[in-house]
Write a protein that binds this ligand. Structure first.
Ligand code: IFM
Length: 456
């Protein structure tokens, strides 16, 4: 057995997001979000489920903080519901919206839990969508105002900020495939504009937070890059992986976001390929987007296998399918925990990143409450353990990984899949008064945190 010891100040946390857990969808002056509208539209969500009540975290936040404390988490990554703060997206602040986050953040701090705050995890105010949503640059500027107001109010207590979560989902699932809110199916040029406007909001958000913070803080984002893993450890597959990652600097899944954020321009080849469908940009916007960040947060779930092959004496790469019976999560995602290592290594080798966090990592399985009243989620323990060990390999490469957040703190609303995909460390019994049960994975994680080490 190997004992993987983590650096002294390593941050162990868990994450969740406003729409997925809060409920209280129209309490205390909150405005409608695109997710309220989308989930209320028949046919969009499995079983017609909505986030109206979700885990009722809005009312149960004290109990939830108590559970966070019991697990021993150092940090909790939460997201803010923009329409709670600005019911109309812009204009007048809703003081009762600020009050909720005051209560939650104060409760966390009282219990020595550091809040990591994400400003946008997909619940855009519907009023802004009615005016064009992320198709318009005005939305990026409205985001900057929201970031400013929120920072002014909370930066005496919040020092870890993320602007955006998984922008590619907000753009491509929201405005291209239409599988997520607002459920639009736009043309290629519009989708590229949406992507650009999200990145612009990120850059403006970084500037707004830095300009308005009362305390020294760190600002970054949480993103889901396209991750790849070598099929074998042969020299050929490892070299092919390198080629694939280098090429991915031109792909929608990687370079399209990473190049503007870290290097201030879109990848040349991808830009040329898009031809007339490129977004409208200005040099000033590119400068804003590439404002240096303090950390890059990677959300890690799965990776594709890559293998090398020779053609005309030259090494090429291709995706290698997973074997038919390869284990999967209940999201149908192939399990291969090495993506944590190879994904971060690629970003670190290609971009100047001062610090990494794994801002999400986890899996949905079909958890059940056993006769003893407990949830014995052995497969999740195995999954998390192996990812954490994979993350540990990064230290040998001198990579500054500063923390790890499990997705998710508790079972919650998995967007268009509704409630039956359970990702939590905490089981939520939606039908039984929202009862919370610490799963075995939570108890395992508690030990990891206590020892600052994982045994594999
Ligand atoms: O639930 C989502 C979360 O909102 C964003 N990252 C991926 C998770 C699992 O699908």
């Amino acid at each position: 057995m190997t004992n993987c010891k983590f650096p002294k100040k390593f941050i162990w946390g868990a994450a969740a997001a406003s729409y997925q857990i809060e409920g209280a969808w129209k309490a205390d002056g909150k405005g409608e979000s695109i997710w309220d509208r989308f989930s209320h539209t028949p046919g969009k969500i499995a079983r017609g489920e909505t986030g109206d009540v979700a885990c009722d975290h809005y009312h149960k936040y004290k109990e939830d903080v108590e559970l966070i404390k019991q697990i021993g988490l150092h940090a909790y990554r939460l997201s803010v519901s923009w329409p709670r703060i600005f019911p109309n997206g812009a204009g007048k602040v809703n003081p009762k919206g600020l009050d909720f986050y005051d209560r939650l953040i104060d409760e966390l701090l009282k219990n020595d839990i550091t809040p990591f705050v994400t400003l946008y995890h997909w619940d855009l105010p519907q009023k802004l969508e009615d005016k064009g949503g992320w198709r318009n640059k005005a939305t990026s500027y409205a985001f900057a105002d929201y970031a400013k107001e929120f920072t002014k109010h909370f930066s005496d207590r919040v020092t870890h900020w993320m602007t955006q979560n998984e922008m590619i989902c907000a753009s491509d699932a929201g405005y291209k495939k239409g599988s997520q809110a607002p459920g639009a199916k736009e043309d290629v040029k519009t989708v590229n504009q949406v992507r650009h406007n999200l990145m612009l909001a990120h850059g403006l958000g970084v500037l707004a937070i830095r300009a308005n913070t009362k305390k020294k803080c760190e600002v970054g984002l949480a993103h889901n890059s396209g991750l790849m893993i070598p099929k074998t450890k042969s020299k050929k597959d490892l070299a092919a992986l390198k080629l694939a990652y280098e090429d991915s600097r031109n792909w929608d899944s990687n370079g399209w976001w990473l190049e503007p954020i870290f290097n201030g321009s879109y990848p040349t080849q991808a830009w040329e390929n898009y031809g007339k469908n490129v977004p409208a940009i200005t040099p000033k916007e590119m400068k804003i987007i590439s404002t240096p960040i303090d950390f890059y947060g990677l959300n890690v779930y799965f990776g594709e296998l890559v293998e090398g092959f020779y053609k005309d004496g030259k090494l090429n790469y291709r995706e290698a399918p997973y074997p038919k019976n390869h284990p999967k999560t209940s999201m149908d995602w192939d399990i291969n925990t090495e993506c944590t290592y190879y994904g971060i290594k690629f970003i670190s080798e290609n971009y100047k990143v001062k610090k990494f966090y794994i801002t999400e990592n986890g899996a949905a399985f079909n958890d059940v409450v056993s006769k003893d009243g407990r949830v014995h989620d052995k497969v999740r323990v195995k999954f998390l353990k192996s990812h954490v060990a994979s993350a540990h390999r990064l230290f040998k490469d001198g990579i500054n990984l500063a923390g790890y957040f499990v997705w998710s703190l508790m079972d919650n609303y998995e967007w268009a899949f509704g409630y039956d995909k359970r990702f939590g460390l905490i089981y939520v019994d939606y039908k039984n008064n929202q009862k919370r049960i610490l799963k075995d994975s939570a108890l395992w994680y508690k030990e990891v945190i206590k020892n600052n080490a994982v045994k594999i």
